[in-house]
Ligand binder design. Structure first.
Ligand code: ZN
Length: 282
């Protein structure tokens, strides 16, 4: 299998050839950076963990060159940082028993260029071989440009497939901005009560980011716990951890549907929810 960038990185933890490794995929995550998958898509990793009939594949679109660095990594060049981040992503794939892990190795600016086709073509090729039932990517109200750009490339790739080959469900997940603000009817919650130590291990391999001064491990586990407690104001906690996703499936089913209008409708429902409460109690 050839990707746009000759330097794209492929890792199959159990050593199968890539095509076979991809063909068993049921759950696919498409993320911007090394570590985003483990922050936003822990639910499908755990859903597939040690299950003979469920397999998780991760795809990271960018090259990690622009990563912030401090401490041990302070003097690393962009290329040294890229290598460190590739290794960390491979470690996560090993810990999580992924079916396969692909890093497409695009510079961020290529991903953020709305006209660039390379990422869309590569993602479409992976989707055609893996035929996942479920796809997880960034949510469309994320505040990181590369995250939203990656989600748009993922949606374009899904839309390029014949309707019968598209995934059953497409979810936009939480990284830079959580989805607590969405009205409850718009939230797709994923229960993360189980395998807490595995969740911690998946986040813990990213030493270059954590030592670089960002405790994504504690923050992500804390967000999951906060979501679980604050999901419902009445009644006891039903889970120990929750992540939310924005259901992007309507965009996959209807390629004509305007993507920006779709996300703005979520914000309008949030605004209406705030206004309705004022009508009740104001
Ligand atoms: Zn990211």
């Amino acid at each position: 299998m050839r990707f746009t960038m000759d330097s794209a990185d492929v890792f199959v933890p159990d050593g199968l050839p890539l095509e076979q490794a991809l063909a068993r995929t049921t759950h696919l995550a498409i993320a911007a950076h090394q570590d985003d998958i483990e922050i936003m898509a822990a639910a499908p990793v755990i859903e597939c963990y040690q299950k003979p009939d469920k397999w998780f594949t991760g795809v990271v679109v960018t090259d990690g060159r622009g990563s912030p660095r401090d401490g041990l990594y302070k003097d690393y060049s962009d290329e040294e940082m890229r290598v460190v981040r590739f290794k960390e992503q491979r470690k996560a794939a090993f810990v999580g028993d992924y079916a396969a892990q692909v890093i497409l190795d695009f510079p961020s600016k290529v991903v953020k260029d709305g006209a660039s086709r390379g990422p869309v073509d590569d993602l479409a090729a992976i989707l055609r071989l893996s035929r996942p039932k479920f796809v997880f990517t960034h949510n469309l109200a994320d505040k990181h440009d590369t995250h939203v750009a990656t989600a748009l490339k993922a949606i374009a790739a899904i839309r390029s497939l014949p309707a019968a080959e598209r995934p059953q469900k497409v979810y936009g997940c939480e990284v830079w901005r959580d989805l607590d603000w969405m009205v409850d009817e718009d939230k797709t919650p994923f229960d993360l009560s189980q395998h807490e130590s595995l969740q911690a291990a998946l986040l813990g391999v990213y030493d270059s980011q954590i030592a670089g001064g960002k405790r994504y491990d504690l923050a992500s586990l804390g967000r999951r716990r906060a979501n679980a407690t604050y999901f419902a104001s009445h009644g006891v906690d039903e889970t120990l951890g929750l992540t939310y996703a924005m259901d992007l499936t309507p965009l996959a089913l209807d390629p004509q549907r305007d993507v920006l209008d779709f996300v703005l409708e979520h914000i309008q429902r949030f605004a209406q929810d705030v206004a309705d409460r004022f009508k009740r109690v104001g």
